[in-house]
Structures are given as C-alpha cells and as structure tokens.
Design a protein around this ligand. Structure first.
Ligand SMILES: C[S@@+](CC[C@H](N)C(=O)[O-])C[C@H]1O[C@@H](n2cnc3c(N)ncnc32)[C@H](O)[C@@H]1O
Length: 502
C-alpha cells in the first residue's frame, strides 16, 4: 500500500508544475494535512467527510487516519470527494482504496464515493433540493484546500451562485461557503485558503455569512508565504482555520503561527473572540494577533480616541488613471499643466517636485476635460496603495506641501490614496501630524494584523483608529520640512500616545 506522501509525489512527478499551477492544483503536503486533521474536535459515531476539490485525496485520508487512530473511533465513515481533473483520478482512487483497507482492518464500516463532477454545480443543486433537509444527508466533517481563482461576475456560474445568495470574489470562498452549507448542525470544517477573506470589501458578504453561521475556533498563520507549500510556488499568504457549524461563539480563538511545517514549534495564543472579530464591526474584519507584542499594538491602537469621521476627514483614491489620460501627460511641468503625483514622488515623508530620470510623467495638462481629476493645491497626506513585502512598512505616507509646487491644482494618480477634508486641503500641522502617525511602527503593526495582503485600501484606512485632532496637531508640530527617522517617529508617538494612547 502506497503512503499518502508517495501518492502525492507520484502525481506531482507525472505532471508539470506549470500545468498544476494553471488550474490552481497546489496539493497539500502530508504534514499540513495531518496538522489540519488534528484540529477537529470529538467526532460522532457515524462520520461523513466532505472533501471538495480532493486532488489525490490527501486531506480526507489524513482526516480518516486521525479519526481511526483514536481509541473511541467512529463506527462508520463515509467519504465524498469531488474532483474534476481526470489526470489526478487514478491517484484519488488509490487513496480511496487505502482508506477502505485501513477501515476494513480496523473493523469500521467504510463507504467512499468519488464524484467526478463540478462541486459548485453539484452542491448548489443539492442545497436547493428538498431532500437536503432530511437528517443524515449532510456532513459531519468538511476538510478542504479549494482551488483559487478570481470570479468573473458575468459568468453563468456567478449568476447561478448569486441567485442562491452567494456573492464572492474568489472560487475558494465559494467552496468554503458551499461546504459550510452542506454541514449538519454541529458539523466541523477545517480549511486552508488564502488569507484575503479576513478583510477588505470583496469578501464582506462571505465573511459576514461565515461568522454568523459558524463558530470560528482556531486560526493558524504561516510566517513565510513560501514555506507552506514548499515544492509548489504558491504566492498567496495562506491560513488554516477550524470552525464549527453552531451559532454560539467561543470565548476565545486559538491563534497559532509557525515558520513553515514545524508545527510542533508553533506559537499559540488564546485571544478573546471580541478582539479577533470586533462586536460592533459590521464588516467583521478578522484581526489576527499572532503574538503578545502585536496584541499590545492592537490594544493600544483601539484606545486611540477618534475615527476618521470624528476628525472630519476622508480618504479617497487618486482620480488620475494615467492610461486613460495618456494624451494629457507631460514629462516635465509646462505652462498649462499641473503637477501629477505618483508613488515615485515620495521622498522622506514628503512629495518631491519631480523625478527627472523617472519613467513616470511629472505633469498633466489642465483642460476642461481633465479639470475634474484634480484638487486645489494645499496640504494633503498621500499613502501608497501597493507595497511590496520587502518594504519596511505597509503604510507609507507622505505630505504634499503646496509651497514646493508653483501650482493652483494638483493631480493624484490612481496608485495613491489621499486624505482630505471634504474634498479640500488640510491644515499644515494636521497633515504633517497625520503623516507622522501613519508612518509609525504602531500603525504598521496594527495594519499587518488584519491585512494579509500588501495592498493598502482606502477602506482599510477608513476603519483604522486615529489620535484626536489635538494630538495630531501636536504631532504635526514635531515635523518641519522632512519626516523624522523611524526611531524618532516612534519616540514622538510614544510620548503623545503612551501605553493606552490616552
Ligand atoms: C488546490 S487543489 C487541492 C487538492 C487537494 N484538496 C489537496 O489538498 O491536495 C484544488 C483541486 O480542486 C480541483 N477542482 C478545481 N475546480 C473544481 C471544481 N469545480 N469541482 C471539483 N474540483 C475542482 C482541482 O483539480 C484540484 O485538484
């Protein structure tokens, strides 16, 4: 009998990485599959396991092996595995056979079903079928590493899902959503997926439905995005989570993290449920505090007194989409143009006049057609929307100081967000203080907690807590015409917002 690792390696050896990558077929390493299986809590006597997008079947097999290794193992186990790739089918059958013989030798009833069909259509049909409500047809366990693919809202599949109330941005969330619907009350789910669902507007509907229907009990984070899948080049940051289909929420959520597959060295922290999912947050962001320092950062931030709305400020995305205004772009400022600001104009916390050698234009013509894209010149705070993983901080802020530009208007390019006061500029000290705050390590730590990706969306910035207006103005007085270095910023912040930010 082949081991699960041999089956996985044999399939990976028979296909190219490029082909697997094309269909998002990143097979779970056995060590992760076992770790995931260890998260399930006590099982009933009769177990039904769902594995949608089963690949070689490593997940259901690891789950089954964990269940049958227990002294009080189940009497019967049924496995339903969905898979559409015909190339992986012989390997999946091999794994199913392995499960059958393990159960037979352990005196456990076994029933294994491979459904070589699209899980999404099959599951949607099933949940709309009246027979679905008969007890016994739903699953006690769902274990999944679903395919990842952006959803196009115009496809027939998206429309079908929409009519069942399922609205998501990525196929992985569809798989998790349908799996939780297929669970019986008290059933459990363990999934490994990208971390993107934890925040942001695209996954709001999924997140809020999941959090209402399920009780999230455990989350595991990987400190390195490459180490989890090792031999496959998975670029997303993945998380593993365990949740039960029950409305009662736990007191705390267990958050763990490991460098890669060294789960025995995982750091564990029980974080109050209300700190991971804030009770008054209608967007239900998932705040992932992986260690004490971060918990501390999160607590300190939440003690800050103001929301952006309280400050009377707004943050918007730059209105100039350069490829749509190509004919108006100019490399250098000329009569009849206004400054055009890109991320490459950030320099030491301020916006510099122009980047001569850069590839980006420094100016844009002011015409009747383009005038709606600009704001009146004045103090603004800009942040980059996209950061690289290697970048020192996720949030990079810079002050637009009008004295450095001889212009009445300015254009902010679409890769930037800008803070303003009802569409108008900010008071100088307010802009400088706000940029200092946004460039602090405290904000960076806080941001990393709930943002798995490197994007800094305006929606994320809107939700952050801020110091009071008086505090920001005082912070601003510490900034002349250059942003202090990181250490000084953090010392200034510490003085202004000691311990609990009061
Ligand atoms: C990320 S891989 C994971 C495979 C396996 N669960 C594991 O953990 O090793 C996702 C699998 O889903 C399959 N798949 C993709 N779309 C599917 C669909 N609509 N229905 C069923 N399976 C699908 C792919 O062929 C692939 O084998």
């Amino acid at each position: 009998m082949y081991t699960l690792d041999q089956i996985r390696k044999s399939f990976n050896g028979s296909t190219s990485r490029a082909d697997r990558s094309e269909i998002g077929q990143f097979l779970t390493p056995v060590a992760i599959a076992k770790f995931m299986s260890s998260m399930f809590e006590a099982a009933p006597r009769r177990v039904r396991i769902l594995d949608p997008g089963a690949g070689t079947g490593v997940l259901f097999a690891a789950c089954l092996e964990t269940l049958i290794s227990k002294a009080d193992h189940p009497e019967s186990i049924e496995v339903v595995a969905y898979e559409t790739d015909s190339a992986v089918m012989p390997y999946l059958e091999e794994t199913m056979e392995r499960c059958r013989s393990l159960c037979v030798s352990g005196g456990i009833d076994f029933h294994g079903i491979i459904r070589a069909e699209d899980f999404v259509s099959a599951a949607t049909t099933e949940i709309n079928d009246p027979l679905f409500h008969i007890p016994g047809v739903r699953f006690t366990h769902a274990i999944l590493n679903p395919p990842y693919k952006k959803m196009n809202s115009r496809t027939a599949m998206s429309k079908m899902l929409y009519s069942s109330g399922i609205e998501v941005a990525n196929l992985y969330a569809v798989f998790v959503w349908l799996s939780m619907l297929l669970l019986e009350q008290g059933g459990q789910l363990v999934a490994i997926t990208p971390r993107s669902f934890c925040n942001g507007p695209y996954f709001r509907k999924f997140r809020t439905t999941f959090m209402r229907m399920m009780s999230l009990k455990r989350i595991h984070l990987f400190e390195s995005r490459k180490k989890a899948f090792g031999d496959d080049n998975v670029l997303q940051e993945n998380v593993i989570y365990h949740a039960g289909r029950e409305s009662q929420k736990p007191e705390s959520i267990l958050i763990s993290s490991s460098g890669g597959l060294d789960f025995d060295k995982a750091r564990l922290l029980a974080v109050p449920y209300s700190r991971v999912i804030h009770p008054r947050d209608r967007d239900m962001f998932v705040h992932l505090d992986a260690n004490e320092t971060e918990v501390c950062a999160s607590e300190r931030m939440e003690c800050l007194g103001s929301s952006l709305g309280d400050l009377g400020l707004s943050v918007s995305t730059g209105r100039v989409v350069d490829f749509r205004a190509r004919e108006h772009l100019r490399q250098t400022p000329q009569p009849g143009t206004v400054p055009l600001i890109y991320p490459c104009h950030f320099s030491d916390g301020f916006i510099k006049r122009s980047v001569e050698a850069g590839r980006k234009p420094n100016a844009i013509r002011l015409t009747a057609e383009t005038s709606t894209l600009f704001v009146e010149s004045g103090f603004y705070v800009l942040t980059k929307r996209f950061s690289s993983k290697e970048q020192r901080r996720r949030v990079m802020a810079a002050v637009f100081d009008p004295a450095r530009f001889d212009a009445s208007f300015v254009g902010f390019e679409n890769h930037l967000n800008y803070y303003h006061e009802g569409g108008r500029c900010l008071q100088a000290d307010l802009a400088k203080g706000l940029a200092l705050y946004l460039n602090s390590t405290m904000v960076d730590r806080y941001f990393r907690l709930f943002s798995g990706h490197t994007q800094v969306n305006a929606a994320d910035l809107r939700k952050m807590p801020y110091p009071t207006r008086e505090q920001i103005l005082r912070l601003g007085r510490a900034v002349d015409d250059a942003m202090p270095d990181q250490e000084t910023i953090d010392v200034i912040m510490e003085k202004e917002c000691p311990n609990h930010g009061k």
